[in-house]
Design a protein around this ligand. Sequence first.
Ligand code: GRF
Length: 215
Amino acid sequence: MPATPSSPPRGPTRLVVLVSGSGTNLQALLDAAADPAYGVQVVAVGADRPGIEGLARAERAGVPTFVHRVADFPDRGSWDEALAASCAAYEPELVVLAGFMKLVGPAFLEEFGGRCVNTHPALSPSFPGMRGPADALEYGVKVTGATLFVVDPGVDTGAIVAQTAVPVEDDDDVETLHERIKTAERAMLVDTVGRMAREGFAVVGRKVRIGRPVA
Ligand code: GRF
C-alpha cells in the first residue's frame, strides 16, 4: 500500500509588528522567531515615527520597515488607510502592536479585525490608556501586570488573550514598576504569540481560545 501523503508543512505564520519606541517587545519576538520551531516570521515592522530604536532593531535583523506619521496625512482616516495598506502589502496572518502608541481606526480594523493583538502594561480592565503603570502606582494596587488583547475600536478594551501579574513593591517608582511589568510582558507576548501561530486561535465575543474551539 502506498503511504498516505501527508499535507505539506505549513510555513511560519507571517507577522507584522507595529512599534513607537524602544522596541524591546519587538526584539523578544525577533529573537524567538530566529528559531524555526517558534513558527513565526516577522515580515515587516511599521512605526508612527522615524528614528526610534524599534526601527533600528528591525533593520539590524534585516526586516523591512515602514513609517507613517499622522502629521504627514490630511486627516486621521487617511493615515489609518495608509497604515492598513502598508501592513496588508506584507500579507501578514497576524499583526502585533508592541508599544504602538496610536489607536488604529476603521480601515485598519476592517482589514485586520480579529487578527491584530496589542499589549498593555496593566491588568485589564484596570488602568487603560497611556499611563497604565503610573495609574496603578497612584491607585496603590499591590499587584499589576500586562494584558495581551485582540484590538477593537476602544482604548485597551478588546477581548483578552493572556495576562501576567507582577507585584508592586513599596519603593517602586513608575520606571521600576514599568520595567518589572515589561520583563513579564515580553515573556507573555513571546509565549502567547508563538502558541497562536502554531496552534491557531478563535475569538468569539469576549472569549479567546488558543488551539481549541470556543465552547
Ligand atoms: C510596553 O510596556 C507596552 O505595553 C507599552 O509600552 C511599552 C513598550 O515597550 N505600551 P517597548 O517599546 O516594547 O520596549
